[in-house]
Design a protein around this ligand. Structure first.
Ligand code: C2O
Ligand code: CU
Length: 464
């Protein structure tokens, strides 16, 4: 196994970029500020120049926001970008008005503007926040950060690490972002895949550990389109939560597991590698294993090894009832390269796939490209919804529902874990169900952000 990779190629350019330091706004109108602004960070190896990014508070990832379940999050978003923006709090079962979706739940915040976000955090877990305007560009430029909601009684661990995964599409000479965020080829295929893979903004993240230590790893996939296939080496691990929500029982990591864009996994791992060795969170890529995060073992933990971890405490309102009388709907996903889509509606007009492609649109939900005037489904609050999703395309998609978590209905009616993002592989048909218990208008879209921008975007309405 290679323990380090430098996917970025080519020589270092001589020019260094200049970072203009700015005064950090500590508070704004009484709420702590979260400022989106341009910055430069050392993303590529040291012999490359710094990369110009957009980051919250100029950082990559943005500052960690950490609160306890039931607390109120209050942040004044300050937009110092040259584009309108808004902040989406991904995976939070949030008050609709705070969901951060321009055109659906709020107006986009113009350059120089601000918006106060204030809401209660109903669930413990690993969440994240990110820009939701031109997200195919703004998230690719670095506008995201972790949002951690602690359990009132946290699990028995020695320490915790938040690991935000991303891949960057950089010019191999200058280490600057490839500026073609809307590239038709990426949009019509697997999305914008990067050439530099990082964790917490570092291509070589290394976290010293002790043998026998028990860690909680909160892994967040913030990439535009990359599905991370992950494994463990020198670590014994269990997945204890997915997309923030605790599993009923911890699932041992025996082989690899996938993390689609926007998905999160909480792991509890015990360091089993010996002193002097290096344990790894392994990223599997084309049958090869790379070190996503290295954990060099520098000593021995005081405590002996423990028994497998217990389940995390359940969050409230995880029950799903009334499936027999559920509101039922279907979603057909079509389009993309090598797909069978001949024509679809765009803004009420039927257009051929060729004409759509010329307008840089490639995907359709139920025969329509992008947002519709009427929701995909409208349902009264309190009712269960069953949604059958058909991925009739040649690509994988990461389907994300705002505002509510769902469960997959598996074979024989078995219910999967609660999630907010579902990885749909090419050709798959899957069924999800959720309680429509959060009133408002909620997006349902592919979290491969170029796909969302070129057609894979829909919404549902829960009436009060
Ligand atoms: Cu994480 Cu609609 O997004
Ligand atoms: Cu997609």
């Amino acid at each position: 196994m290679k323990t380090r990779r430098q996917v970025i190629q080519g020589g270092a350019a001589a020019l260094a970029t200049l970072a203009a330091p700015r005064a950090v706004l500590a508070t704004f109108r009484g709420y702590p500020a979260l400022e989106a602004r341009a910055a430069s960070v050392q993303l590529a190896p040291e012999d490359f120049p710094e990369t110009e990014i957009w980051g919250y508070d100029g950082r990559l990832p943005g500052p960690e926001i950490r609160l306890v379940r039931g607390a109120r999050l209050e942040r004044s978003f300050v937009n110092s970008l040259p584009q309108p923006s808004a902040v989406h709090w991904h995976g939070i079962r949030i008050d609709n008005a705070m969901d951060g979706v321009p055109g659906l739940t709020q107006a986009a915040v113009p350059p120089g503007g601000q918006f106060d976000y204030a809401f209660t955090l109903p669930d413990a877990g690993t969440y994240w926040y990110h820009a939701h305007n031109r997200s195919f560009e703004q998230v690719a430029r670095g506008l995201y950060g972790p949002l951690i909601v602690e359990e009132a009684a946290p699990p028995d661990i020695d320490r915790e690490e938040v690991l935000v995964l991303d891949d960057w599409l950089l010019n191999p000479e200058t280490a600057q972002l490839d500026p073609d965020f809307a590239a038709p080829h990426a949009r019509s295929h697997a999305g914008r895949l990067g050439n530099l893979i990082v964790t917490n903004g570092r291509y070589d993240l290394s976290l010293p550990v002790k043998r026998g230590e028990r860690l909680r790893l909160r892994v967040i996939n913030a990439a535009n389109a990359r599905i991370f296939d992950l494994g463990l080496s020198g670590l014994d691990g269990w997945i204890v939560a997915l997309d923030g929500m605790p599993l009923a029982s911890p699932r041992p990591v025996t082989e690899s597991f996938s993390l689609a864009p926007a998905q999160r996994a909480d792991l509890i791992v015990d360091v089993t590698a010996d002193q002097g060795e290096t344990a790894d969170l392994v990223h599997l890529l084309r049958e090869e294993g790379f070190s996503q995060v290295a954990f060099p073992v520098t000593g021995q933990a005081a405590r002996a090894r423990r028994s497998p971890p217990a389940a995390l405490p359940a969050n409230p309102n995880m029950a799903l009832t009334g499936l027999d009388t559920a509101h039922r709907a279907r979603l057909y996903m079509e389009g993309g390269a090598m797909g069978g889509l001949r024509a679809a509606k765009l803004e009420g007009r039927r257009m051929s796939f060729r004409a759509l492609a010329r307008a840089n649109h490639f995907w359709a939900f139920n025969g329509t490209v992008g947002m519709t005037d009427t929701p995909l489904l409208a349902v009264e609050r309190g009712r269960a919804v069953r949604l059958e999703i058909h991925n009739d395309t040649a690509f994988a998609h990461a389907m994300h529902l705002h505002g509510m978590h769902f469960r997959e209905i598996g074979g024989g009616g078995a219910m999967g874990p609660m999630r907010d993002t579902l990885l749909m592989l090419a050709g798959q048909t899957r069924e999800i169900a959720f309680m429509a218990d959060n009133p408002g208008d909620w997006l349902l879209h592919c979290h491969m952000l170029g796909h969302a921008a070129s057609g894979m975007m829909s919404w549902i309405r829960v009436t009060a």
